[in-house]
Design a protein around this ligand. Structure first.
Ligand code: SAM
Length: 267
């Protein structure tokens, strides 16, 4: 079987921040406004990465406690170094076998994670186990099928034109279920109810082409992992193609759309 996840490199916190963390932080704030959780809840976050959503929870949602789980040791180190709030604890672990007691969370959340988990049904069963009766599941994923991450779509369009074999690696192909219908069905099948899916739209503005391109060269995430795996000459060809295809504004800035689906449900 082809391993389409072979370039999913969750390994350098600083590189990830530049590639995705800076955009995830913006979506996280909008997401928490939508969730409007009451203060004093026990939160669990799965796949906290470098802490983009964790820090937003701490600053906006007044949790009693936040337990954040993450399998990447490098990302955990970045999150722990950035966040010293005594309400937060960061734990090594996997969504498919959460290292947490039964019925210990009022609200369980994930930011840009669910699609990357190999066995999502098992992970959702684990989330149900950890939530208290009446507890809430709330997460967001990019609208990959709808081109909701403009900079990733631009990257893969150019990459696949030069290397048709890369088509199997695109998030659009890998995560076709990231639609309101697909996400509702996945969460419903896992036994959740009162499911809502809401769009969060934004835009990513890069100050110039170098700001757009550099994160792809740093190897953190699927597209950067692929980019870093290319021989130097192929990477340069890809860079030139993207530079020719993207349309900067008069000030040199490049603005591309962002859209995430925010999913909320209860047990
Ligand atoms: C796109 S990043 C999102 C990180 C962070 N939540 C954010 O919003 O920036 C995907 C994250 O999912 C994590 N991840 C991948 N597989 C996972 C699994 N099986 N269980 C838990 N987390 C996982 C990765 O380590 C990475 O931190």
């Amino acid at each position: 079987m082809v391993d389409t996840a072979r370039h999913d490199a969750w390994s350098s916190g600083d590189s990830y921040e530049l590639y995705m963390g800076r955009w995830s932080r913006r979506i996280a704030e909008r997401f928490l406004d939508l969730v409007a959780a009451k203060p004093g809840l026990d939160w669990v976050e799965v796949g906290c990465g470098t802490g983009a959503l964790s820090s937003a929870i701490l600053s906006r949602a007044a949790p009693a406690r936040l337990t954040a789980v993450e399998p990447s040791a490098a990302f955990l180190a970045t999150a722990r170094a950035a966040i010293s709030d005594p309400r937060a604890s960061f734990v090594a672990g996997d969504a498919q076998a959460l290292p947490l007691p039964d019925a210990s969370a009022d609200i369980l959340t994930l930011g840009l994670v669910l699609n990357f988990i190999p066995d999502r049904a098992q992970a959702l069963a684990e989330m149900r186990r950890v939530l208290r009766p009446g507890g809430r599941l709330a997460f967001y994923v990019w609208d990959y099928p709808g081109g909701g991450v403009g900079f990733i779509r631009a990257f893969w369009t150019a990459a696949v034109a030069l290397d048709p074999g890369a088509a199997e690696l695109t998030e659009t192909g890998r995560f076709p279920f990231c639609t309101p219908e697909g996400l509702t069905e996945m969460v419903r099948s896992a036994g959740f109810r009162d499911i809502t899916v809401t769009a969060i739209t934004d835009a990513a503005t890069f100050s110039d082409f170098a700001d757009f391109w550099r994160p792809f060269t740093l190897g953190a995430g699927p597209a950067p992992g692929y980019c870093a795996s290319l021989p130097e000459a192929s990477r340069e060809q890809l860079r030139q193609r993207l530079a020719a295809e993207l349309s900067p504004g008069p000030d040199g800035a490049i603005t591309l759309p962002l859209r995430a689906w925010a999913v909320q449900a209860r047990i």
